[in-house]
Design a protein around this ligand. Structure first.
Ligand SMILES: [Zn+2]
Length: 264
């Protein structure tokens, strides 16, 4: 379901690639799971850092976002994102909220980890570096959601809350993007216990060290919410710190899941 695509070559920027979902394009839905490559930021944010909250130069972040949005046909002014707090708040992005967080950290939607819309031309964005980006799409009704789900958000029910907000779970397809895998997510009891309590014993992995399977957790939450069509990229950000930003690898920068609906 996923396919790598290169950014169009550009002399003043490093080469980059993104993970697309070609099957959604006939419905006019365009997706980019970005990596750390293809942007303008210098170390330690090199190079496609999309976050205002990382300490990077905001003008450079905006240039990075513009390059990433161009591959899905997004207007930079339509970027819409939340100030993510690992919570379960979901918001519908309409004309009024479109563009929140596009040009300044101050306009970012406060306390929001998940966004959904049915309005063409809005670019939904969640930013991650190990947390799990979940894309929800109803291709027939042309509705999309982007969800930022780390262990806190997942145990708080952010995935179920977003599915509930959208409705019609049997029409939804879910895509779990690059994030820390069960190979690398070593945790203590402070994480394992609430994860097990919220998502069941299957999320725990004991093999020398204790680990939590966030990909499996996302799957459990999606199934619980009534979503049956679930697609996993199975790419671990911590395993590939040269391709992805990884919080556990010490990166402050963020990659993104960007999604938009083409004008019909
Ligand atoms: Zn890994």
């Amino acid at each position: 379901m996923f396919a790598w695509r290169a950014f169009p070559a550009r002399g003043d920027a490093s080469p980059g690639a993104y993970l697309a979902v070609p099957a959604l394009e006939s419905a006019g839905i365009r997706i980019a799971f970005t990596t750390r490559h293809g942007g303008f930021s210098g170390d330690p944010f090199s190079s496609l850092n999309l976050s205002f909250f990382s300490g990077d130069d905001p003008d450079v972040v905006m240039a990075n976002r513009a390059r990433a949005m161009a591959v899905i046909g997004g207007d930079p002014a339509s970027w819409t994102s939340g100030r993510q707090v690992h919570g379960a708040e979901t918001v519908r992005v309409d004309g009024e909220r479109k563009g929140a967080g596009a040009d300044s950290p101050e306009t970012t939607l406060p306390g929001i980890d998940a966004l959904w819309t049915d309005e063409p031309g809005v670019v939904l964005a969640v930013l991650i570096a190990d947390c799990v980006p979940v894309l929800l799409v109803d291709p027939a009704a042309r509705r999309i959601a982007t969800v930022h789900a780390g262990w806190r958000g997942m145990t708080s029910g952010v995935i179920e809350a977003t599915v509930r907000a959208m409705g019609a779970p049997d029409a939804l397809m879910a895509f779990i993007g690059p994030s820390i895998g069960p190979c690398c997510y070593e945790v203590g009891d402070d994480v394992a216990e609430p994860a097990r309590a919220a998502l069941g014993p299957d999320v725990e992995r004991r093999n020398g060290t204790m680990r939590v399977d966030l990909w499996g957790g996302a799957r459990i939450a999606l199934r619980r919410a009534g979503v049956a069509s679930i697609h996993l990229s199975a790419l671990c950000t911590r395993c590939e710190p040269h391709r992805f930003f990884s919080h556990r690898a010490g990166h402050a920068a963020r990659q993104g899941l960007l999604a938009t609906i083409d004008a019909a």
